[in-house]
Design a protein around this ligand. Structure first.
Ligand SMILES: *Cc1c(COP(=O)(O)O)cnc(C)c1O
Length: 395
């Protein structure tokens, strides 16, 4: 590893020498810290010395850097991806009596945000090829809600699953026919692109998470909202700060305490210096997996016009649990995202689906995510593939 210069990251290196019998972690946040230590430490120290832990200058600096990356007018730092979604919904005055259409094959936070905002999630099935919101099923369920008349269809929450942007052109077309807003749950996909455009600019409202295992991550909870509409961004800034405006002693609306901490912004600014490099390393790892696993498993979707941020590399295989157990026995950590579609979880019993959600149910039985991070190195990736192929052929 090259000598670290103060304030500069050492070049991209893998997680170190690989020993053939070592355990392989799902993600290795420590390898990234070893690379960036001088930059991250200097950034955090500056916050400690200045003492502006809330609304420090790091927030403004980060918001400008994020907006530029996302090619949109405004980025607003918030306390988590979930809070970003709640603020997005409240900012559109979506609440009691409103329906928000959410894929059932996603993380629970997507639906929780809708319910926390006071609205009702309507679960939609996903497309067999992309595992993401199926525009045809979306159209059917919107029609159903319209005829049923109990809820007002207000928004579609598209989820960029595993780092790949959803099919926004098709989803926007369906939403527009019904005068609905599209909110991008891009918690996993910052750094991804579609039709040459970066995540953040693909929907009128985009919510991103910086949770430690996401592609761009801080050391705790954090998130951001993106929009081209300056008025919307101003409203979000108020909602994240108790609903206040210029006068911090008067609430203009009911808001939250949902700011991003200055220390987390400092960490993100440090990590942004190597983010492109890391995205490229994730793409190289995904291509290695693709090449080795082609014909053995169903490879992750790779639409020609989209680039994934590779938050997760997820395959489909029969006997998923047996294969995962064989890999665990060989010291390789895998994970299942997601074993239970939302409509099967106790918290959402009241939101019973109006029709079956068969694609999501089938996916939840076959999906398996392999270790994915920029510092893995090829030797580990090959060992993962060797063990996986052996386990599949034997099962
Ligand atoms: C991680 C995640 C969230 C929530 O983000 P937090 O920052 O953990 O609150 C929301 N939606 C999806 C799809 C996620 O993966």
């Amino acid at each position: 590893m090259a000598e670290a210069q103060p304030g500069h990251a050492v070049p991209l290196a893998d997680a170190g020498e690989y020993a053939a019998d070592e355990a392989i972690a799902f993600v290795d946040i420590g390898a990234q810290y070893r690379r960036l230590k001088p930059v991250i430490d200097a950034r955090i120290e500056a916050v400690l010395e200045r003492g502006a832990f809330i609304n420090g200058p790091e927030i403004d600096e980060l918001e400008r850097a994020l907006a530029e990356r996302a090619n949109c007018a405004a980025a607003v730092g918030v306390s988590s991806g979930t809070d970003a979604l709640v603020i997005a919904l409240r900012g559109e005055s979506i609440g009691a009596g409103d329906a928000v259409f959410v894929p059932t094959f996603t993380y629970m936070a997507s639906a929780n945000a809708v319910i926390l905002a006071g609205a009702t999630p309507v679960f939609v099935d996903v497309d067999e090829q992309t595992y993401m919101l199926d525009p045809a099923d979306l159209a059917r369920r919107i029609d159903h809600v319209r005829h049923d008349r109990r809820l007002r269809p207000r928004a579609v929450m598209a989820v960029d699953l595993f780092g790949l942007p959803a099919d926004y052109p098709a989803i926007a077309a369906v939403a527009a026919r019904h005068g609905m807003t599209v909110i991008a749950d891009a918690a996993q996909s910052f750094g991804g692109r579609r039709d040459g455009r970066p995540v953040g600019s693909l929907a009128p409202i985009t919510a991103v998470s910086f949770y430690p295992s996401k592609p761009l991550a801080c050391y705790g909870d954090g998130g951001a909202l993106f929009s081209d509409d300056a008025a919307r961004a101003e409203l979000w800034r108020s909602l994240r700060t108790h609903g206040t405006g210029d006068d911090r002693m008067q609430a203009q609306r009911v808001g939250m305490n949902a700011r991003l901490d200055s220390i987390q912004a400092a960490v993100l600014l440090a990590k942004l210096t190597v983010f492109d490099d890391e995205l490229a390393a994730r793409e190289r790892l995904a291509r290695l997996y693709d090449a080795r696993l082609d014909g053995e498993v169903v490879l992750p979707p790779r639409p020609a016009n989209a680039e994934s941020a590779w938050a997760l590399y997820s395959i489909l295989t029969e006997n998923r649990d047996g294969v995962a157990a064989a890999m665990a026995a060989a010291g390789i950590t895998t994970a299942v995202y997601y074993p239970h579609p939302l409509h099967r979880q106790p918290a959402y019993r009241e939101q019973a689906p109006m029709a079956p959600l068969p694609v999501s149910e089938a996916l939840s039985r076959r999906i398996l995510s392999l270790p994915m991070h920029p510092y893995m190195g090829e030797d580990r990736a090959h060992r993962i593939c060797d063990v996986l192929i052996y386990a599949i052929r034997r099962s």
